[in-house]
Design a protein around this ligand. Structure first.
Ligand SMILES: Cc1cc2nc3c(=O)[nH]c(=O)nc-3n(C[C@H](O)[C@H](O)[C@H](O)COP(=O)(O)OP(=O)(O)OC[C@H]3O[C@@H](n4cnc5c(N)ncnc54)[C@H](O)[C@@H]3O)c2cc1C
Ligand code: SF4
Length: 813
């Protein structure tokens, strides 16, 4: 008589099959396994449906276990045949097609259903959820026939659906009941930043809208909201939440609340029946993300395989938005409460927001926007619950900057991590599996670990931890230097990318990503603008600036302020203006009710509080060149009064400042660039804390470089002393071009000089021919650079970007 027990799994999805995979490893011959799946497909990675919809991958690529896997492991499988009844007394299940299967152990892993709002018309053709391959195929088919899509729900899933539909060429509006997007994962500032970025990508939003009815005869025609406004649409995707599939369990008499109630070992209320995954409710929580479900699966598998295991204790979850091209990360308790404190950094210029929520010295939640490099480390700190008192700022400011922080090093954290901790949530890869790949399977590079275990092969969020684990396990045996790519989408650094662009003649952002094998087909907010810059720098004559690769400020050519308004800065060369210019500025400011006119720190007038739609009109009516108040470009050339008026002045600093600013006013660079010219060593223009400062001495000029008056003050260093005005120009342009060609994207001259050393720069510029060649290359670039403000004024299509669309304005904040 056979001792093999019968195990039946209901639900051929991610959690159930993961549990079976573990059982097969732990006790290969313990069970005769039967699987019922309502879907006709083999087990696939549901997470990646978003990428399938967005066009990054195909359905075949997301299959986790082919049919042959079931066969090879002796698993009997009934695809497309849902179980419709459980007879707990007879220990038997019955399928829709009439198959009866008896069991000793039954696992319910029926997952969830998309929640469809119970509103009139929700049953019309063209109204779907986003849950499985069928939904994905329905959306793809709709995009061939129809144009307009509405996604109800501005959470993670809704935005991923919307991004996919946008990629399919549809005109997409996201409807959300709350005031900001992803409100379950992001706080208000991050939510607003996300909205702006997505609007740039062409997504439209209707916030604080409640859908009342879906109209249309058979097929959806429009949505009507409670405020009686209407949106025409051909397709409605509901992404308002999920509901655990518990009907089967309820009918079988199991204790069910929101999900099937389970204990720490995934036992339900009836012996012999377990539940795992989204259909299960553990300690009051029904999880909707893969990582906790895989943890549950591991515990269940161990119990069923007779292996010792500690109970499942619940999980802290983290979220990452995939496929949108915007980096968003959130974990733990991200909202402030009475007993929490938080630290935030908001950089609207670069579109970066970081927040850490702390309680009793521990990190309990985090939100990152624009730069999510630290996500994995922060998440691991949240999970470990270690005390970070006194190191909070260092962690937030310092981790991505190379981890100069004092707390436990990455190595210590990796050593302390439990073996069964899931490192890659998307693919359920544990620390132990990575260790096994490195120690026993010869994987000594990130690429090898990726192909062997699939860790970091999906969303890429865990890459930093996988790299740290590689260092932890491989030590000296590491195959290739684990180097930081310019972002999580690539392992290539700046110099390699620049070299490859030149060598292979790559001409567009997309081409670079394709040829160099980017992990994320659309890149992220870190690599897109850098590639855009490198391409423009390398191919000044041919490259066309890619607007979509830029941040909000650069796309609107105005500095967005914290209340969502913009500012306009008329260019005031060398800080010199005239009564006529001032009258013009005042007239325009009055006409458009500009709430504030302010002198900036760099001798310019800033018109603050301008509505987006007024920007082109103001630029046009000012009829003056504008100055960058954002962007990685020349900001100002500050001057003192020099020998024109000053008793001490030995040289004409005003004339020199104006000359330099007129030449460089459209120069873009890896980071913002500020210049100053002083007419004598008293240095009233504070030229020695500028990226390049020119200071007059008796009969000559000194050029100081690499200064910074910002967060980290740095005195400039003397590059050279020259006699003539022409030489000042030659050295200035050559120096700036050398910086343009060699610095990393986002690297200010101060940081660059510190990295490469002043001697290196001096050497690079010492040869006159080299200098002139650099000047020539800069001139070529400047000769091709257009005035972006003029371009917008003159081009109706570009101007239209500034026209508000009804209901799509970000809420005032
Ligand atoms: C588009 C999309 C993107 C996502 N992105 C992420 C992400 O980035 N990160 C993340 O962690 N999670 C993500 N998720 C969630 C993740 O996919 C789920 O948490 C996970 O798939 C749940 O696993 P499960 O096994 O519990 O359920 P499922 O994978 O849904 O599997 C349940 C299976 O059971 C079947 N079934 C139901 N009833 C029966 C029955 N009576 N008989 C037989 N079979 C039945 C269902 O048809 C289904 O195939 C995403 C989900 C979607 C839809
Ligand atoms: S730097 Fe010299 S020239 Fe310029 S204002 Fe000051 S004292 Fe006068």
């Amino acid at each position: 008589m056979s001792t093999t027990k019968k195990l039946v799994l209901v639900g051929n999805g991610m959690a159930g099959i993961r549990t079976i995979e573990h059982i097969l490893k732990l006790a290969p011959h313990a069970y005769e396994i039967t699987v019922f799946g309502a879907e006709p497909h083999p087990n696939y990675n549901r997470i990646m449906l978003s990428s399938v919809l967005a066009g990054g991958t195909s359905i075949e690529d997301i299959v986790i276990n082919e049919w042959s896997w079931y066969e090879d492991n002796g698993i009997r499988v009934y695809p497309g045949d849902p179980v419709i009844r459980i007879d707990a007394e007879r220990k038997e299940v019955v399928s829709q097609a009439g198959v009866r299967a008896s069991y000793d152990e039954l696992i319910l892993a029926t997952g969830s259903q998309a929640f469809i709002l119970p509103i009139p018309g929700a049953d019309k053709e063209g109204v779907i959820g986003f849950r499985d391959i069928k939904d994905c195929e329905t959306m793809m088919a709709a995009s061939h026939k129809y144009r307009k899509a509405a996604v109800i729900g501005g959470g993670l899933l809704g935005l991923e659906a919307a991004r996919g539909l946008l990629n399919l060429g549809m005109d997409v509006t996201v409807i959300h009941i709350n005031g900001h997007l992803m409100d379950r994962n992001l706080d208000l500032p991050a939510g607003l930043m996300l909205q702006r970025e997505l609007e740039e990508q062409g997504m439209k939003f209707l916030l604080k809208k409640h859908t009342e009815e879906i109209t249309g005869k058979h097929r959806v025609k429009s949505l009507r909201f409670t405020d009686q406004t209407v949106l025409e649409t051909d397709l409605v995707v509901m992404a308002v939440g999920i509901r655990p599939q518990v009907e089967l369990a309820r009918q079988a008499g199991l204790n069910v609340n929101r999900g099937v109630i389970v204990d720490d070992y995934m036992n339900t209320s009836i012996p012999g029946i377990s539940a795992v995954g989204e259909c299960a409710e553990h300690r009051g929580i029904a999880y909707g993300l893969v990582a906790p479900l895989y943890e549950q699966g591991m515990v269940l598998a161990k119990r069923l395989a007779g292996a010792a295991t500690e109970g499942y204790e619940g999980s802290v979850t983290s979220t990452k938005l995939k496929v949108s091209g915007v980096d968003v990360f959130s974990a733990g308790q991200f909202k402030d409460a009475a007993d929490t404190r938080s630290i935030r950094i908001q950089d609207d210029v670069d579109g970066v927001y970081k927040k850490m929520v702390l309680k009793d010295g521990q990190l309990i939640g985090a939100v990152l926007f624009g730069d999510t490099t630290d996500g994995a480390s922060l998440f691991s700190l949240i999970k470990s619950g270690e005390n970070i008192g006194g190191r909070e700022k260092e962690i937030l400011l310092g981790v991505s900057a190379g981890g100069s922080g004092s707390g436990p090093s990455a190595a210590e954290r990796m050593a302390a991590m439990p073996d069964d901790e899931i490192v890659c949530g998307c693919n359920g890869v544990t620390k132990a599996a990575i260790g096994d790949a490195v120690l026993n399977k010869g994987c000594n590079t990130l690429g090898a670990i990726k192909s062997c275990t699939k860790a970091s092969a999906s969303c890429g969020g865990c890459k930093p931890i996988v790299e740290s684990l590689l260092v932890h396990y491989a030590g000296d045996a590491i195959g290739e230097q684990v180097k930081e790519g310019i972002c999580g989408c690539t392992s290539y650094d700046r110099d390699e990318i620049v070299a490859q662009i030149k060598e292979m003649g790559l001409k567009t952002v997309k081409e670079v990503m394709n040829v160099l094998g980017w992990n994320e087909p659309e890149g992220c907010s870190k690599c897109r603008p850098s590639l855009n810059y490198y391409l423009g720098m390398i191919w000044p004559a041919e490259y066309e600036d890619e607007r979509v690769s830029k941040f909000t400020n650069e796309r609107y050519h105005a500095n967005i302020q914290k209340d969502g308004t913009y500012s306009v800065i008329p260019r005031i060369y060398g800080g010199v203006t005239s009564p006529a210019e001032l009258i013009k500025i005042a007239t325009v400011a009055e006409k458009y009710d500009v709430p504030m006119v302010k002198f900036t720190g760099g001798q310019r007038l800033d018109l603050l509080g301008v509505q987006k739609e007024n920007l082109p009109k103001i630029w046009e009516e000012l009829d003056m060149p504008s100055g960058f108040g954002y962007g990685k470009a020349l900001r100002t050339v500050k001057t003192c009064v020099g020998n024109t008026f000053c008793r001490f002045g030995t040289q004409d600093s005003i004339e020199m400042g104006i000359r330099l600013e007129k030449k460089l006013d459209k120069m873009v660079a890896p980071a913002k660039v500020k210049l100053a010219v002083s007419g004598c060593p008293r240095n009233c223009a504070e030229a020695t804390i500028k990226d390049l400062g020119v200071v007059a001495i008796d009969g000559a000029w000194e050029l100081h470089v690499g200064g910074n008056g910002g967060v980290k003050v740095r005195a400039a260093e003397l590059l050279c002393t020259v006699k003539t005005d022409a030489e000042v120009e030659e050295w200035t342009y050559a120096y700036l071009q050398y910086y343009r060609e060699n610095a990393r994207w986002n690297e200010r001259t101060a940081a660059w000089i510190e990295r490469v050393g002043l001697d290196h720069v001096k050497k690079a510029l010492e040869d006159r021919e080299e200098r002139l060649a650099l000047v020539e290359r800069l001139e070529l670039t400047l000769g091709r650079t257009v005035d972006p403000w003029k371009e917008i004024i003159e081009d109706e299509k570009l101007r239209k970007n500034f026209t508000p669309l009804a209901g799509t304005q970000p809420a005032a904040h």
